[in-house]
Design a protein around this ligand. Structure first.
Ligand SMILES: [Fe+2]
Ligand SMILES: [Fe+2]
Length: 267
């Protein structure tokens, strides 16, 4: 067994329970599993990423929004976040297998991210089942996150720039606003969701930090200015702009410089 090949196999799994369990098992064994950074791997025909028959996947404008004041609305909200976590597992596994020629810590970092995303998904799924009379698959979802993964499949610099430090960082910005809404609802399930989102946010700061670290490393290797090149990539790949207010505390903890934050605030 080789770590990157195994990440590719797990990425193809369709069953969420198998995907999370095998991701966590691979992470637990990571120190003893062989790692070949040079291998040029290719999928063996299975569609990537593997995903279950449900949720139904729609364009993001077709996914209905429901207010979190009702149980059904909170179920839809937590389901949407669980789906983001499911895709986040896939995104992290994709970084592990796809990009050859990086230093070993790159692969171990992204496997750690995949394992943390698997735990986030499991926590939110458990919350849906225990408190919200729902399960993963019960609501339609969209594939916005994975679309950026496909667009950047041939450009590791763009992948690091636009997935962790753009899309995951937008998640950092959104978290306090979602927590605020749930606190206002005030029901026991809503308050537990606030706590879960707090646990998730702490680890998400680490994911964005990993993205920032490897983006800076890649820019250094290629002699690129990280701020100027980021602006080019945002335009080239039509990356979503940050939605203010930025979560400056979390973004600073994740390693964004004051220059980058000032640039982002004026987008
Ligand atoms: Fe996550
Ligand atoms: Fe993440």
């Amino acid at each position: 067994m080789e770590l990157r090949q195994r990440a590719l196999e797990i990425l193809g799994l369709t069953d969420p329970d198998q995907k999370t369990a095998q991701t966590l098992a691979l992470y637990a064994a990571a120190d003893t599993v062989a790692l070949d950074p040079r291998a040029q791997l290719a999928p063996t025909g299975q569609p990537l990423p593997g995903h279950p028959a449900r949720p139904q996947l729609l364009h993001h404008t077709e996914v209905p929004r429901r207010p979190p004041s009702t149980l059904q609305g909170r179920a839809a909200l937590i389901h949407a976040i669980a789906h983001i976590e499911f895709n986040a597992i896939n995104l992290a596994l994709d970084a592990v297998w796809r990009f050859a020629g990086m230093p070993e810590p790159f692969y171990r970092d992204w496997l750690r991210v995949a394992a943390e995303e698997a735990r986030h998904f499991d926590m939110l799924r458990q919350h849906l089942r225990t408190h919200l009379n729902a399960d993963y698959g019960d609501f339609p979802a969209h594939q916005g996150l994975w679309a950026m993964c496909e667009k950047t499949a041939h450009d590791i610099v763009a992948r690091m720039a636009l997935v962790p430090r753009t899309l995951e960082a937008r998640g950092l910005d959104a978290t306090p606003l979602i927590q605020h809404k749930l606190r206002a609802v005030g029901s026991p399930d809503a308050l537990e969701a606030v706590a879960l989102l707090g646990i998730i946010e702490r680890e998400e700061i680490g994911h964005v930090a990993i993205g920032n670290h490897w983006y800076a490393w890649l820019c250094g290797r290629a002699g690129l200015d990280p701020v100027a090149h980021y602006a080019l990539l945002v335009a080239q790949y039509q990356a979503p702009r940050p939605k203010p207010p930025l979560n400056l505390r979390a973004r600073r903890a994740a390693g964004f410089s004051e220059t980058e934050l000032a640039w982002l605030e004026h987008q």
